[in-house]
Write a protein that binds this ligand. Structure first.
Ligand code: HEM
Length: 493
């Protein structure tokens, strides 16, 4: 057996770092044309084997953690930020227990309690933050502008802290917390992924910020343990009650570090998706008006007033749901999902083979990389793949609906087209939340946060932009390039 083809490159150690770093999707599409769905490229000395398409997704995301290992691929990036004894700093079995603990905090009961809080935060923000001066001037004919990414970053942290993170974090946001968060966040870059430890100020600030942040959460937990405060709906409260299989409760540091991990997991993914969604809505006035109509039809009561959103009702809005789903198809925040190869692994002949009878082997010591972003943009799978068209999801016979149906639930069952349905099918072309063992558990929370965001913004204002910006791939999470300025005008809300 031989190895998959290696992508041609001029400079030995550097390899394809520039092409991959500048535009990974274009790089993968080009390689796919030359080498097929499975190939290896050199990334600053690492050998990275990419497997594309639904079968490639299945090969990597459906693989065993003993051969395709996540902690070996990510720990050097994440442990300095999250801290010890959680996520990728512990063996996979332990992290899987921790994921179950987090799921308790993300129960439907909690999500129900969050809907109103999220709406309130966003309304408050638009009514008082300096980014929305024209709105506050109360003139419904004047247009103003806002930088969508800046606004979304603030809204995402405000809403996540008010709900999951809890009262103490929300209260600290205006103070030291924001700065600490920024220093930590500056440790979450492609540079940190490539070089875990450089003698740079940003690395030192990251390490300092981690210590302070960890202490901040530990203090909250200690105070809660000492008092009898009522925090029934937040994540800290849920985690304080969880026990490992051996009967041990989580200790303060473990809870603190899980909280940091959750903060980081939801922040960029949420703010990027919210930004892309608002950009597309702003560029498509007809969708924007249809969304507003959907709000009016569902939420205006007999008194003519718009009611607050609820978790249940949001789930029943087909256009809102399709807008989020379509945004995540074209702009999945995570373009590369990586694993470290712990043992030689044969590539199934149905996925890629050197000749009719042969098979390829991915050797131990390589990395493997899945990119659902590619199958989500594949023109052989999706009609008009490059067009943002939320209505493609309404055609229940269409390819989009079929792809979503393959996005099976936890028991491998096909799911209904429900709002933010939890699922982990590994062979679907549609996987913005990943698949398999490491699949996202924040999907329902993200749908609630994004659905409430869009509903609230659409109720409060009209938004416009001439053109949706291109992707910027120089950040860990795929963001829109500047300028990303949206024009808005107040509605009579
Ligand atoms: C895992 C995407 C929001 C927590 C993942 C993965 C993806 C993803 C692609 C798989 C990573 C891998 O296999 O290596 C997203 C997107 C989001 C989002 C697109 C929003 C639009 C959230 C939120 C939370 C969260 C809000 C927490 C409240 C997690 C956790 C994992 C995960 C705990 C598991 C990691 C693992 O098992 O290795 N997410 N995520 N995510 N996400 Fe999310």
């Amino acid at each position: 057996a031989s190895e998959p083809p290696t992508v041609f490159h001029w400079i030995p150690f550097f390899g394809s770092a520039a092409s991959y770093g500048n535009d990974p999707l274009n790089f993968f599409f080009e390689c796919q044309k030359k080498y097929g769905d499975v190939f290896t490229f050199i990334l600053l000395g690492r050998r990275v084997t990419v497997a594309l398409g639904p079968k490639g997704n299945n090969f990597i995301l459906g693989g065993k953690s003993t051969v395709f290992n996540a902690e070996d691929a990510y720990t050097h990036l994440t442990t300095p930020i999250f801290g010890k004894d959680v996520v990728y700093d512990v063996p996979n079995e332990v992290f899987m227990e921790q994921k179950k603990f987090v799921k308790v905090g993300l129960s439907t009961d909690n999500l129900r309690a969050y809907a109103g809080m999220i709406e309130e935060e966003i309304e408050e923000f638009v009514r008082h933050d300096q980014n929305f001066k024209v709105y506050q001037a109360n003139d419904i004919n004047e247009w103003g502008t806002f930088d969508v990414v800046k606004v979304m970053q603030e809204i995402t942290i405000l809403t996540a802290s008010r709900t999951l993170q809890g009262k103490e974090v929300r209260d600290a946001l205006n103070k030291s917390f924001a700065e600490l968060y920024n220093d930590l966040d500056n440790g979450f870059t492609p540079l940190n992924f490539m070089f875990p430890n450089l003698p740079l100020p940003s690395y030192r600030r990251r390490d300092k910020a981690h210590l302070k942040m960890s202490e901040f959460y530990v203090n909250i937990i200690k105070k809660r343990r000492a008092g009898h405060q009522d925090h029934e709906h937040d994540m800290i409260a849920a985690l304080m009650q969880q026990k490992y299989r051996n009967g041990r409760l989580l200790n303060d540091k473990e809870i603190a570090h899980i909280m940091i991990a959750l903060l980081m997991a939801g922040q960029h993914t949420g703010s990027a998706t919210g930004s892309w969604a608002l950009l597309h809505i702003a560029a498509n006035p007809s969708v924007s008006e249809a969304l507003y109509k959907e709000q009016v039809e569902h939420f205006v009561g007999p008194d003519g007033k718009m009611r607050p959103v609820t978790f249940e009702e949001l789930r029943g809005l087909p256009l809102l749901d399709s807008v989020i789903r379509e945004t995540l198809r074209m702009h999945p925040p995570i373009h590369s999902i990586m694993r470290y190869v712990r043992d030689d692994v044969p590539v199934p002949a149905t996925l890629s083979a050197p000749s009719k009878d042969g098979i390829y082997i991915v050797p131990k010591g390589n990395y493997v990389l899945a990119s659902p972003a590619i199958s989500q943009a594949d023109p052989t799978v999706w009609k008009n793949a490059e067009t943002w068209d939320p209505y493609r999801w309404n055609d229940t016979q269409g390819v989009a609906a079929q792809a979503f149906a393959m996005y099976a639930d936890e028991n491998g069952e096909k799911i209904d087209y429900g709002f933010g349905a939890v699922s982990k099918g590994t062979d679907s072309p549609y996987q913005p939340f990943g698949a398999g063992k490491h699949r996202c558990i924040g999907e329902q929370f993200a749908y609630l946060q994004l659905g409430t965001l869009i509903a609230t913004v659409i109720r409060m204002m009209e938004i416009r932009i001439d053109k949706v910006p291109e992707h910027n791939y120089h950040t860990m999470i795929t963001m829109p390039k500047t300028p990303r300025t949206i024009s808005y005008r107040r509605r009579n809300f």
